[in-house]
Design a protein around this ligand. Structure first.
Ligand SMILES: *Cc1c(COP(=O)(O)O)cnc(C)c1O
Length: 381
């Protein structure tokens, strides 16, 4: 068989051809009106996806750089904060906070477990005076999504700011930043923004800017005040990733022409089709509240989860994702975000069925495809 490569991971995600070819255009200088025009269009487009009136800053880094930016610009050493850790990425909030000497009350959840706004309200009551709450919109390591709207209601009644990692969630599941009272929202380019890895995005609410004025943590490259001053001059403090920004302009044009609502609905359909397929095979989901970004599926008993992922990748070239440490092998993750279509769901499920047959799992062949096709066909517009 010709080894065609199928990228089915929750980041990086596939990039549309027109966006890929934009990277081959000659480089333009970044201190010119031509670049500034594109840069400001991207900045505006990001505001649309974030659902905010505030500035969205474009950083040359992976998503984690925006997470670090959120922390170093608003806190001082010894500040007390709450961090919700429901998996690998929630854990990353805690790791960055600890690296900067912040005093973190970490709420460690079982991977895939939910956390309610009532539980958060109780934590805030038990820990008065915390400066910030760190949450994840879509926990990419488990496929769970959290009640950011509810968290926003609860945190808004306190002095604390709500900081949300929307790196995989933005553009794929609803989270209108201003309406849901999110104070800092971060995202990255390689998930549903449909461009390669390398850019990170961040916006601050007025409540968060107030903290910026007093924050004493060391910062230089990720200084939000420098970014703000430069954005006023339609530029960035440092050399921006020119080609990625041009690619983001093209990808945002696609998102805007489809409309954010339609984009979210598209993800809902792909999520539903994937879950229907998985259920039809008698497999179980990991997340209590699964999102429409990716689906984490428990490895059936008697099957080696690492071997499943390895077979799908090495034999079928279907690059789904495994489970990260400390849950390696216990489940696997099929993504359906960004530039993925209905037939990418079919590809994932077909590759999964063939792999399960290879590994000796017994089920009625084709059932997942039939279930997914039903959902896709009913919703195809
Ligand atoms: C991908 C991802 C990150 C990490 O981003 P990098 O680009 O690898 O730095 C953080 N949080 C979530 C939820 C993600 O999906």
């Amino acid at each position: 068989m010709l080894k065609k490569y199928y990228l089915l991971s929750p980041g990086p995600t596939p990039v549309p051809d027109s966006v890929l070819s934009a990277a081959a255009e000659p480089i333009i200088h970044h201190r010119t009106p031509e670049f500034s025009e594109i840069f400001m269009q991207v900045s505006e487009g990001l505001k649309y996806v974030f659902g905010t009136k505030e500035d969205v800053f474009i950083l040359t880094s992976s998503g984690s750089g925006a997470m670090e930016t959120a922390i170093v610009n608003t806190l001082s050493p010894g500040d007390r904060v709450i961090s919700i850790n429901g998996g690998k990425f929630g854990e990353r909030w805690g790791n960055i906070l600890k690296a900067y000497g912040v005093s973190v009350k970490e709420i460690v959840l079982d991977w895939g477990a939910d956390f309610s706004k009532e539980q958060l309200a109780a934590e805030l009551k038990a820990n008065p005076g915390v400066k910030a709450v760190y949450a994840t919109l879509s926990e990419t390591s488990s496929g769970a999504i959290y009640d950011i709207k509810g968290f926003g209601e609860v945190v808004a009644q306190t002095e604390a700011i709500l900081v949300v990692d929307g790196i995989s969630g933005a553009g794929a599941t609803p989270c209108p930043m201003d309406e849901w009272k999110v104070d800092i929202f971060v995202s990255g380019s390689q998930k549903s923004f449909m461009i390669p890895p390398g850019l990170a995005y961040i916006a601050f609410s007025p409540k968060a800017w107030k903290l910026v004025a007093t924050a004493k943590l060391p910062r230089f490259y990720f200084d939000a005040t420098k970014a703000k001053k430069n954005l006023e001059k339609q530029t960035t403090p440092w050399t921006p990733a020119v080609s990625l920004i041009i690619q983001q302009k093209k990808a945002l044009d696609i998102i805007k022409s489809m409309g954010l609502e339609a984009m979210l609905e598209h993800h809902r359909i792909l999520g539903e089709a994937t879950r229907a397929g998985v259920n039809a095979l008698g497999l179980e989901l990991l997340a209590k509240k699964p999102g429409n970004i990716l689906t984490a599926i428990k490895t059936p008993t008697g099957i080696d989860g690492s071997k499943l992922v390895k077979t799908m990748q090495a034999k079928y070239k279907a690059y789904i994702a495994g489970a990260q440490d400390p849950n390696k092998g216990k489940f696997f993750r099929i993504a359906h975000l960004g530039y993925m279509g209905g037939f990418d769901v079919i590809t994932s499920l077909a590759a999964l069925e063939m792999t399960l047959l290879d590994l000796g799992y017994s089920f009625e062949k084709g059932r997942s495809l039939a279930a997914a096709e039903t959902i896709l066909r009913e919703n195809w517009k």
